[in-house]
Write a protein that binds this ligand. Structure first.
Ligand code: NI
Length: 250
């Protein structure tokens, strides 16, 4: 069930049987010469929406702009600074918990978001800790590739050239869902497997990784392999969300 395609009475009714909501969260940023700018929000959205069809799950609108300052030297990237991103997460959490949601499960698609999301969670919990009060809800962050079994499958499908940005696995997931938007490079990828290195500011990034990729060969991606990853991620997400929903307060 998608929150955006529901009415408020439907959400009110949902809250009588479940206090859980899944929030796909990602980033809109360059993904090399062949990856879609939306890759990092599309992947968690694709998986969460499929899971919403396969099981009882309420999926919030996708939080599709994240912390991507290091990609800003590439056109099309949109970034929040870490402090803005954390403030926005705080407001999403305050809005949803105000209505009675008690389990907020963030399914993330961008490694660069992790530090800020965790910091936002700590800020939120800190308010309750200082007030010497129990937080009446729980927050969880899971990267889609860390769902049980998914990373193992990704490295089995792509034993070489998986890398860490513009990876064949994330691009394959978008190809499976959006086959009309599969892109071919204008020139051969040089080198075929991109370099690796540290991530700093935007100009440093562009100098180190001129076409945007890190350690990856995205041309290994196919829609069929992407579908395998989605098929592994969907039941893993349903099981993980069910476990989170059933968590008892100590
Ligand atoms: Ni990505």
């Amino acid at each position: 069930m998608l929150l955006a395609l529901s009415t408020w009475p439907e959400i009110e009714a949902w809250l009588k049987t479940s206090k859980t909501v899944v929030i796909p969260i990602g980033s809109n940023e360059q993904h090399g010469p062949t990856g879609l700018l939306g890759t990092d929000w599309l992947c968690p959205e694709i998986i969460a929406h499929e899971a919403g069809k396969a099981g009882e799950l309420l999926v919030a609108p996708t939080f599709n702009i994240g912390m991507a300052q290091h990609h800003l030297a590439f056109p099309g990237t949109i970034s929040l600074r870490p402090s803005t991103f954390q403030a926005a997460i705080h407001d999403w959490v305050s809005s949803l918990t105000r209505h009675g949601f008690e389990r907020l499960y963030f399914l993330n698609g961008h490694g660069g978001n992790v530090a800020s999301i965790e910091a936002a969670f700590s800020e939120i919990y800190a308010e309750w800790s200082f007030a010497e009060d129990r937080t009446p809800y729980a927050l969880k962050l899971v990267n889609w590739w860390d769902l049980p079994g998914v990373n193992r499958l990704a490295f089995k499908l792509f034993p070489q050239g998986h890398g860490s940005h513009a990876t064949p696995s994330e691009i394959a997931v978008t190809q499976a869902a959006y086959p009309d938007h599969i892109k071919k490079p204008n020139a051969p990828l040089e080198p075929r497997i991109a370099p690796t290195g540290p991530i700093r500011d935007a100009l440093d990034y562009r100098a180190r990784f001129p076409d945007g990729r890190i350690g990856s060969d995205p041309l290994l991606a196919t829609p069929e392999l992407g579908q395998q990853l989605i098929d592994a991620a969907v039941p893993a997400l349903l099981a993980d969300v069910a476990k989170f929903s059933a968590e008892a307060q100590p």
